[in-house]
Each structure stands twice: as C-alpha cells, then as structure tokens.
Design a protein around this ligand. Structure first.
Ligand code: PLP
Length: 420
C-alpha cells in the first residue's frame, strides 16, 4: 500500500475494530472510567497510556490524528478545534514574551491578526520578510527567533515561496519552520520532504470532506531536533523526538482547551478517504477557470500559481507535483463591479470559506481584510477590485455559465452608469 488515496481509504494496515466495522465508532464521552484508582494516578503521571478526559485526548480524535500521521509520514499529530487553534497552539508552545517569529505579510487575515493583535500584546515580536527573497528571511532571524512561519500557498495572494530553501536557512540558524498547509494538505505538498518541521492545517477545508466541520491539525514531521528550541529543552530531555507533541499535550493544548469534538473527528476521518479525489477535481476546475478568465476582456489580472504568468509558477511546479491548488483571484474595474458580479451568481455561493465542495466567491478587501486600512491592505496584496474564487468540484461548464452571468451583470451596471 503506497499510494496516497489507497492509504487514505484503508487507513493504518493491521488495525482492527470492534465488530469489524469499516468506519467509526464515535466515542462521544467526556470522561473515561478506570478500574482502579492507582490506574488513574498512573494515567495522570504519564505512566499509563489511557484516555481520561476528552479535552486532553479521545479515542475518535486519536483515530484521526493517527491516520493523518500515517498519511503524512509524521512523528505525531494533535487535532484541535480549528485551523486558528492549530496556529495559536503551535506558536504558544514555541515562542513567548521577548522572542520573535519571522513571517510574511502574505498571510490569511486572521493569522496576521493573531500574531499582531492577540499575541503581540503578550510580548511576541512579529518580523516580516519577503519570502520570495530568502536572503531577507535570513536577515530577519536572530538569537531570539523561535520560528519561521509561512503558508504553502498564501491566501489570497497565492504566492508560493521556495520553502525548501527557506527551511535550509532556518535550520542553519537552529530555528524550526512552521508551514500552514491548509491549501495544499499532504496530498499536494508532502511538507516533510521539503524540510517543514511543523505543518498546521485548517482541516475545516479540504480535509473535513469539503467544509463539513471545523477543525485543525498540528503535524510534527519529526525533522527538528527539539533540544534546539529553548522552550522545549526540558521536554526534549524527557521525551526526546516526541518533545513538541508532549509539550503540547502536557501544557499548551491541554491548558488552552481548544480540543476537537469527537463527532468532528469522525467526519474528518471520512473526509480524508475522498480528499485526494476532491482536491484533484478542484485543482483541475481551478486551472480551467483561470485560463478562461484570462481571456475575458473585463478581467485585468488573473492570479493562479498554475498559470505560466504567475511569478510563483516555476516554484509551484517544483513543489506541488499534483496540482496548483483550488483558489484563484481575478480583478475587475473596481469594488462596484465586483459586487455586481457577485450578486448575479446563481451557482457559485457568496460565502467566506475555502475548499468547500461548492465553489465560493468573496471580495477579500471588504470582508476578511476589512479591519486593515488601505495602506495595510496594499502591503498584503489585497486590492479593492479583486475577487477570490475557491473552486469546488462541480461540473466546470456550470461554473463557466455562472461566471458569464456575472460578466453580463457587470456590463449592465456599466451601461447604467453611462446613462446616469
Ligand atoms: N489558515 C488558512 C490559510 C486559512 O485560509 C484559514 C481559514 O480560512 C485558517 C488558517 C483558519 O482556519 P479555521 O477557520 O479552521 O480556524
């Protein structure tokens, strides 16, 4: 069993289940009973591997964690309540007041807000570098840097940096690389092969089965020597290569309480089974739409790493062997045209999410990035005339028919403006 989809469908070889069930069960229980008080004592002291309380661990959640670790070839996985929980748990386990992380402004808006507005006041310094110029990453790292953080395909700028080179630079400085692989998952980008130490994923998206449930994953690829991470020195002494996962379980993850609900974990295991197929279809649809949009006279720019015109195309081709992702952006004349376009759509949904089975459209500047001023939005590459499409798995002709409705509405709006 070597192929990704086969492994995703069948799970870990040799595993048996109660009653021979091919799926489930869902252990929807908060607490777990022990036969003897000495066993509870041992479980709390870490001398007995057992579930005691679902905020700390749960068998259904563990099933998801182990299946993701198997697929990713990872050392360990912790499932959490959302993608944001995956990012916040990871940063809080590694960094703290008086330290810094090196990242880019090309990030999901809430991630940028987490770093600046939530963790900033707790004393974390956020340093921004240009990840298309790895030398600027090297220049930003110093003795207080605790992590380099990036997205595999940035949302919504769709930049793909040379992650392998950035990882090499970070490792030369004894710093781990955290990559948000929400847009790629281990199917499109096996992050371990490119030197990523920790992959964080919003499993709310592709992984859940196409936006069925909210969740997040923290994947330790087992590359980094955690003795080099100042906050994990004691954990590294006690738990060796498992130090990062152990530190999460014994402190940050347990104490923050952002655990995944067992029922969500069950649905996300089901989602994993079909993930490869859905991503393949979503990527094929996105490439088709990107090429089609490029030929529309109303469109000033189309951004998609799969297009030869994308500045990230060459790197994306090297890193993403199975497809260029399911998001594209395109620009019309202005915000008004964007709104007229969106309002005319009948198949594509006006909704804020990515990697649903349904194609979704959003005007990022007025939504996810609305809390940033014009200058900040410009620095983040979020223009007022830009629309983002997260392309689903529908029949591509239906999507094109719908986009044609959008363009017709833009034309009518322009004519009405001329008449007025
Ligand atoms: N990372 C990326 C790249 C995202 O696009 C999102 C959400 O859209 C998140 C993280 C946060 O995920 P969640 O909504 O599951 O917290």
């Amino acid at each position: 069993m070597t192929g990704f989809v086969t492994k995703a469908v069948h799970g870990i070889p040799g595993r048996t289940s109660a009653h021979g069930t091919l799926r489930g069960p869902v252990y929807d229980s908060v607490a777990f009973e022990f036969a003897k008080s000495t066993d509870i004592e041992k479980a709390f002291e870490g001398r007995l591997a057992a579930h005691s309380y679902t905020r700390v661990s749960n068998p259904t959640v563990q099933e998801l964690e182990e299946r993701v670790a198997f697929l990713a070839g990872a050392k360990g996985v912790v499932a959490v309540s959302s993608g944001m929980a995956a990012i916040s748990n990871t940063i809080m386990a590694l960094a703290g007041a008086g330290t810094n992380i090196v990242t880019t402004r090309f990030l999901f808006g809430n991630t940028l807000s987490l770093f600046q507005n939530t963790l900033g006041p707790w004393g974390l310094e956020v340093r921004y570098a240009d990840f298309l110029r790895p030398e600027s990453v090297a220049a930003a790292i110093d003795g207080n840097t605790r992590a380099v953080f990036l997205e595999t395909i940035t949302n919504p700028q769709l930049e793909v940096a040379d992650i392998e080179l950035i990882a090499a630079i970070a490792h030369e400085n004894g710093v781990p690389v955290i990559a948000d692989g929400t847009a790629t998952t281990p199917y499109l980008f096996p992050s371990r092969n490119f030197g990523v130490d920790v992959e964080v994923i919003s499993s709310t998206k592709y992984m859940s089965g196409g936006a069925t449930t909210i969740g997040g994953l923290i994947v330790d690829n087992g590359i980094f020597d955690w003795k080099q991470a100042p906050r994990l020195k004691e954990a590294a002494r006690r738990y060796g290569p498992h130090a990062f996962i152990a530190a999460l379980r014994h402190t940050v993850y347990r104490d923050l309480g952002a655990c995944m609900a067992p029922h969500n974990a069950y649905l996300q295991v089901l989602g994993l089974e079909t993930m490869g197929l859905r991503i393949e279809r979503s990527c094929a649809n996105t490439l088709r739409l990107a090429r089609w949009l490029k030929n529309r006279p109303e469109v000033s720019t189309v951004n998609y790493p799969g297009l030869e015109t994308s500045p990230s195309h060459a790197t994306a081709k090297r890193l993403l062997s199975k497809g260029f992702g399911g998001i594209l952006t395109f620009s019309l004349s202005d915000r008004k045209a964007c709104f007229a376009f969106m309002d005319a759509l009948q198949t594509i949904r006006r909704a804020t999410n990515i990697h649903d089975n349904k194609t979704l459209i959003l005007h990022p500047a007025s939504t996810i990035f609305c809390e940033f001023d014009a200058e900040e939005k410009a620095a983040m590459g979020v223009g007022d005339a830009m629309l983002r499409l997260s392309v689903g798995i529908e029949d591509d002709e239906d999507l094109i028919t719908d986009l044609e409705r959008g363009f017709a509405a833009v034309e009518i709006a322009a004519l009405q403006k001329e008449d007025a």
